[in-house]
Design a protein around this ligand. Structure first.
Ligand code: ZN
Length: 347
């Protein structure tokens, strides 16, 4: 190995360590207590994009490839070299590729931390693997599949549900509580998350054309923007404080006028940021899956009142609601993730 490779590797290692440290700090800030276990970070020198969380006895380990950090940095460098993207995002937000890469990696670390936090490793006799990317060499998907065959309750759908839950809680933590002063920074964080979802889908689909191991990027983005739209309302519902640990939520109602401006200045631009990013990485399938902006946002409204997947127009909305139905039909696994759609908002 050349010296320059070594220093490149250690740069990436530092970058990933910094992302984990930021994620842990964000966790402590939101929850008011430190993460219950000190994760071991294992950076693997591999150009493929993949990350996973595993329990090894009492040790919680997050394994990430160097290709994950490199791939994220590459995407953002391309984005900031793209005139269209700079005109629509870069100029408005005033950030750079390095900062966006860091935020994306922080979200990825939060996602892995939440697999542990939500008990996705419970009731298992062998180390369970929960990947964010995919890598045949490590046999991760195969081991997950074996696991589900021997444990009927851990179906393929459960794996997808676990991913959506980890996404949900990581996103909630990274986006933090609604604040009227942080719309631009919020849009940057949403774009950083969207980019990771695209990179995961790309890593997933290049190895597994059937894409059964992870929810579609469009589904994850549907959940992401559904959460964003709810942010001003959540701040006005002090009775939801328990569910979100009460941190930083103001009891003051956000006016309807402000909520509308928030949708037009943050949520809708965030959708187009995602489309624009997908264009930068030539992910036409993601653009197709996201569908029309009008239909996408109308589906977000529809899912608040009507949970029949047949009444939804976009692919992401239908997959999300189908997964929620599966989750909801397993009473032993009731969680606020599923109940968010299946109980009235005011209770
Ligand atoms: Zn995951």
């Amino acid at each position: 190995m050349h010296l320059c490779d070594k220093s490149g590797m250690s740069d990436v290692k530092q970058q990933l360590k910094r992302a984990l440290d930021t994620a842990l700090a964000q966790y402590t800030e939101t929850m008011g207590e430190a993460f219950p276990i000190a994760p071991i970070l294992d950076v693997v020198d591999d150009p493929e994009f993949w990350a996973m969380a595993e329990m090894d006895g009492d040790i919680f380990r997050i394994r990430v490839s160097t290709g994950t950090a490199d791939g994220t940095a590459k995407l953002w460098t391309s984005a900031f070299n793209d005139e269209g993207f700079v005109a629509s995002f870069g100029q408005a937000i005033g950030t750079d590729a390095r900062a966006m890469t860091h935020i994306g990696l922080v979200w990825l670390m939060l996602h892995e931390l939440h697999h542990f936090q939500m008990g996705h490793f419970d009731n298992q006799h062998e180390p369970n693997l929960s990947m964010t990317g995919s890598n045949k060499e490590h046999g991760l998907v195969k081991r997950t599949a074996e696991h589900s065959e021997t444990h009927p309750s851990a179906s393929a759908a459960s794996g997808l549900i676990f991913e959506m839950q980890a996404d949900h809680d990581a996103t909630e933590m990274l986006l933090d509580a609604y604040s009227p002063d942080e719309w631009l920074s919020l849009r940057a964080r949403i774009a950083a998350i969207s980019a990771m979802m695209m990179l995961i889908e790309r890593a997933d689909s290049s190895n597994y054309p059937h894409g059964a191991t992870h929810p579609k990027a469009a589904t994850r983005m549907f959940q992401l923007l559904g959460h964003v739209i709810d942010m001003p309302t959540l701040s006005a519902h002090p009775n939801l404080q328990d569910a979100t640990n009460g941190e930083g939520y103001s009891a003051e109602a956000v006016s309807e006028e402000e909520t509308t401006r928030f949708v037009t200045q943050v949520a809708v631009p965030a959708f187009f940021d995602a489309v624009s990013l997908a264009r930068v990485v030539s992910a036409q399938s993601i653009i197709d899956d996201l569908g029309d902006a009008g239909e996408f946002f109308s589906d977000i409204q529809t899912t608040k009142l009507d949970v029949n997947p047949d009444n939804l127009n976009t692919i992401g909305a239908r997959e999300l609601i189908t997964l929620k139905h599966k989750m909801h039909s397993q009473p032993d696994k009731s969680s606020r993730w599923a109940s968010k759609f299946f109980s009235p908002i005011d209770t």
